[in-house]
Design a protein around this ligand. Structure first.
Ligand SMILES: [Zn+2]
Length: 308
């Protein structure tokens, strides 16, 4: 089965002000890099409110819709903006992960990558932040647990920033293991090792500014992978942010494109061992356009190698 690629043109209609790092060109560069690959290309549906209600209260979903500007921009916080196309883009992003979970659990694909924006891992229960409106990775987890009846899912977040939103949304979800590595110190400031969730199902892995691939690999080999193997998830969800890349302007880790391939291949091996290779990956950050495109390509190529 081919790796599924879920995306939608609406995700290009979420526009941010000039100079904003989370820009339309990010997704354009990624789609161009993936253009020649032999993927099962799927148009992402709009998430229904019933999907979003798995992770956000109705009042928050209504507020997001209300904040959508008729023209220009609405500023949500210091760095989170909405344009007229943002609600549809965010609903396509959330719809992509829901459909990806359905495909992977329904046997239509062994693994899937959602090339979407806005990203999701900073959106908390009732707070949009850090370029994110809806918590896509947490939604994927909840959909797999509550709709498909899985017993255990794991979210692995290798974005350079802490997945504070995913942590918040899954804080008291004992069926979900959340493993998130992040540069520390760095915005948003959370993600200390003593943040372990209501049921000890959250593993925060801080990485020092200036550290590189060797430190990352050691941290994943000694902390993340043993924890995954002990938890035995039925599905692995990846929050795939590529801003730990050495060329990224927003952070100071020094991962190479090969490091992203390595961590992806290792996660594919573990998924193979534990849950029939089932992985749903969704795009988070990554702000150097070329590094982002190359690292995403390496990530998707590893998913493809693992798909049978
Ligand atoms: Zn990030």
């Amino acid at each position: 089965m081919k790796t599924a690629l879920l995306t939608h043109a609406d995700c290009l209609e979420h526009v941010t002000p000039d100079g904003h790092p989370e820009r339309v060109a990010r997704l354009e560069h990624i789609l161009h890099a993936l253009e020649s690959l032999d993927l099962n290309r799927v148009t992402a549906p709009l998430a229904a409110d019933d999907d979003l209600l798995r992770i956000h209260p109705e009042s928050y979903i209504r507020d997001v819709r209300k904040m959508r500007p008729a023209e220009g921009f609405a500023q949500i916080d210091g760095d989170t903006f909405m344009s007229p196309g943002s609600v549809d883009a965010a609903c396509r992003a959330a719809g992509a992960v829901v459909r990806a979970v359905d495909m992977v659990l329904g046997g239509e694909a062994q693994n899937a990558f959602c090339a979407i924006r806005p990203p999701g891992h900073h959106a908390e229960t009732d707070t949009a932040m850090g370029f994110c409106l809806f918590g896509n990775a947490a939604l994927a987890a909840k959909h797999a647990l509550d709709h498909h009846g899985l017993n255990r899912v794991a979210v692995v977040d290798f974005d350079v920033h802490h997945g504070n939103g995913t942590q918040d949304l899954l804080w008291d979800e004992k069926r979900a293991l959340v493993i998130t590595s992040q540069q520390m110190p760095l915005w948003p400031g959370s993600g200390r090792p003593d943040e372990t969730g209501a049921y000890e199902t959250i593993l925060n892995i801080p990485l020092s500014p200036g550290s590189g691939g060797a430190e990352m690999r050691a941290a994943y080999e000694t902390q993340a992978f043993p924890r995954l193997r002990a938890f035995k998830p039925d599905l692995i969800i990846i929050s795939a942010g590529f801003d730990a890349h050495q060329d990224d302007p927003l952070a100071n880790l020094n991962w190479s494109t090969g490091d992203f391939a390595w961590v992806t291949a290792e996660l594919c091996n573990i998924a193979d061992e534990l849950c029939g290779g089932r992985i749903v990956s969704t795009l988070e950050g990554g702000y150097d356009l070329n590094a982002l495109a190359q690292a995403t390509l390496a990530h998707v190529e590893e998913l493809m190698k693992a798909a049978r």
